[in-house]
Ligand binder design. Structure first.
Ligand SMILES: Cc1ncc(C[n+]2csc(CCOP(=O)(O)OP(=O)(O)O)c2C)c(N)n1
Ligand SMILES: [Mg+2]
Length: 255
């Protein structure tokens, strides 16, 4: 990083709340790297989050204006803040439960209205902070604290959902693809309009231990093996794609 980390983080915060093996800390680092690459000033940025482990990524750690809001309402707060001060580069960073389960309606309408926000969704496929309940992103058959015999519902494809709602820039990467992810965050911050990045983030504590991943390393290995590019996906049959996660850019920023 070109600038000192101290410039980005509040000096009084000495640790993060994330469990061992959680991907949210990696995402936090990669967001700061993208900001550093673009030489953006933290004084010109606003970070908005809802409630959940992922909501702790910007707040209270980032040495900038942060709004830690209500569960599911981060995008609504961010829209209001953006209206009040359109010059602020406004980033929403929150979890899958927050942004897509309880907050799903705000997400699709902000995409439809092309509000000038960057939304980064840390998708750990579960409600992490509250004890591992099933989310609208949990895979079919996933074992969670509320689906002890397996999740019977299909998960949302977040990128397709937001793309369908009209977002001009949509991408998906895993924290195990740090270089591509930093580039995508940089791109999303450079585009005027609604930009959305889904970030796969391992949750060994609530998801992994219930779903045959004995250690945090096993969850990382699963992500490395499952994540394939769009080009690779085109070569595979529907059966071969069953356990794969397609990553890349799904729309390139043109409204
Ligand atoms: C209105 C309301 N409903 C429910 C909750 C409880 N709650 C807090 S965080 C959360 C889930 C967070 O999941 P996610 O956004 O995926 O974040 P993670 O902890 O997995 O990173 C829930 C259900 C709440 N705080 N407010
Ligand atoms: Mg979650």
């Amino acid at each position: 990083m070109a600038r000192d980390l101290e410039e980005y983080l509040r000096p009084e915060i000495r640790s993060t709340p994330f469990c061992p093996g959680c991907g949210h800390g990696i995402l936090m680092n990669l967001i700061l790297r993208a900001i550093d690459e673009l030489q953006l000033s933290m004084d010109e940025m606003l970070f908005v989050s809802g409630i959940g482990c992922a909501a702790w990524i910007p707040s209270p750690h980032f040495n900038a204006d942060t709004l830690h809001t209500l569960h599911g309402r981060a995008i609504a707060f961010a829209t209001g803040a953006k209206m009040f001060n359109p010059k602020l580069k406004t980033l929403v960073i929150s979890g899958d439960g927050d942004l897509v389960s309880i907050g799903g309606n705000h997400l699709i309408h902000a995409a439809r209205r092309n509000i000038d926000l960057t939304v980064i969704c840390a998708n750990n496929m579960i409600y992490g902070m509250t004890g591992g309940q099933v989310a609208s992103t949990s895979p079919l058959d996933a074992l969670t604290s509320t689906t002890m015999e397996g999740n019977v519902y299909r998960p949302f494809d977040l990128c397709k959902l937001v793309l369908g709602a009209g977002a001009p820039y949509v991408a998906r990467y895993s924290v195990t693809q740090p270089l591509s992810l930093v580039k995508a965050i940089e791109k999303s911050l450079s585009i005027k309009g609604f930009t959305f990045i889904e970030v796969l983030s391992p949750c060994p504590t609530q998801f992994g231990r219930r779903n045959r991943y004995d250690s945090p390393v096993d969850m990382v290995k699963m992500l490395i093996e499952s994540c394939i590019s769009r080009e690779e996906a085109e070569q595979l049959t529907a059966e071969e794609l069953k356990d794969k996660i397609i990553t890349g850019e799904f729309s390139d920023g043109e409204p």
